[in-house]
Design a protein around this ligand. Structure first.
Ligand code: PEP
Ligand code: MN
Length: 344
């Protein structure tokens, strides 16, 4: 159910509607927009009484939302969600494209700083690096944990880059929430509903990667889990899906970008690194992602990919990242969009 407020409704009227919904045992999600505020209603105890809501002051209409995803839907919020990072010019979801770059894993302080220095110089505003790694083999490098998070805090202090890193479980989530700027939920955890709900109780933006075999609806429902707990800052990320194709690690499904943008107000970015698994495909697919209208990119960059402890084969060299930024910036201008150069 969706309560659409009149254009001239006051904040007090919106608050009164939210209080009323809460008193009835449901959860109210106010979504302010330029034209109107809509209040989404969620709960798993049946239908709320629509009649009472229509009589409240400031309410224009009450609409039943038939789609399974409600808070992620454009029915609730017409305008695109733009995530801001206070104290910086960085945004995700607006006219500017967000570029997140860095190694798959934080391996050492020196390795992390080498990558950070070069991606910052090339104009990235966000730094990625895994502290907790979801590896196929339990014997493969699992990440440095909290030590890696502390290294990334130093990187933020030195270069201003905002930090994006994965929380693989609820224990890691507490630490990632404490140290990082964006909480990444990995593809393997896209349907880990208890982790999604826990991330929804945090107030940092959540970067949600598409599951290896997730449909569009399953992907949006995962975002709905996060939002249903009150965290509305969700960034979707296409990172390739499993298909029969064996020339590529995954098949990057760029057609999901316009599909998501039609149905949802949430930003969607693309990961051409995991989406291809091969270094020589990363730049072409990054260009295509910008051309298709993605709101940003997340790219693996390593100063010595041959020595990387994870995902070396898909990590690009810093010089290639410079080329990627240049080519993608030119493509962005065709769409009247912009890749900001560096963080302010
Ligand atoms: C990663 O970003 O390093 C990662 C493990 O991604 P995904 O969850 O998409 O495999
Ligand atoms: Mn990786």
């Amino acid at each position: 159910m969706l309560v659409v407020m009149k254009a001239q409704a006051t904040p007090e009227e919106v608050q009164a509607v939210c209080d009323h919904i809460t008193q009835l045992g449901f959860r109210a999600h106010p979504m302010p927009g330029a034209q109107r505020t809509a209040v989404g209603i969620t709960g798993n105890q049946g239908q709320i009484d629509q009649g009472n809501l229509e009589e409240l002051s400031g309410v224009a209409e009450v609409i039943a939302v038939s789609k399974p995803y409600k808070l992620v839907s454009r029915d609730l919020k017409e305008e695109d969600t733009v995530i801001t990072f206070p104290g910086t010019n960085a945004t995700i979801g607006g006219r500017d494209l967000a570029v997140i770059a860095g190694p798959c894993s934080i391996e050492t302080r020196e390795q992390a700083f080498a990558a950070a220095e070069q991606v910052a110089a090339a104009g990235a505003q966000f730094f990625r690096g895994g502290a907790y790694k979801p590896r196929t083999s339990p014997y493969a490098f699992q990440g440095l944990g909290e030590e890696a998070l502390k290294i990334m805090v130093e990187i933020r202090e030195r270069y201003g880059l905002r930090i994006v890193t994965e929380a693989i479980d609820t224990e890691a989530l507490e630490l990632v929430d404490h140290y990082a700027d964006v909480i990444q939920i990995g593809a393997r955890n896209m349907q880990n509903y208890s982790l999604l709900k826990a991330a929804g109780r945090k107030r940092k933006p959540v970067l949600l990667k598409r599951g290896l075999a997730a449909t569009l609806e399953e992907f949006l429902m995962a975002a709905e889990y996060v939002m249903s707990e009150g965290n509305y800052q969700v960034i979707l990320c296409e990172r390739g899906i499993r298909t029969f194709a064996d020339h590529t690690r995954n098949t990057l499904d760029l057609s999901i970008v316009p599909a998501v943008q039609r149905l949802s107000h949430l930003p969607i970015i693309v990961d051409p690194s995991h989406g291809t698994g091969k270094r020589n495909k990363v730049i072409p697919l990054a260009r295509a992602a910008v051309a298709v209208g993605a709101d940003g990119l997340i790219v693996e960059v390593h100063h010595a990919p041959d020595k990387a402890l994870s995902d070396g084969a898909q990590s690009i060299y810093p010089e290639q990242f410079v080329q990627l930024m240049d080519e993608c910036s030119q493509i962005a201008t065709v769409l009247r969009r912009n890749i900001p150069h560096g963080i302010e």
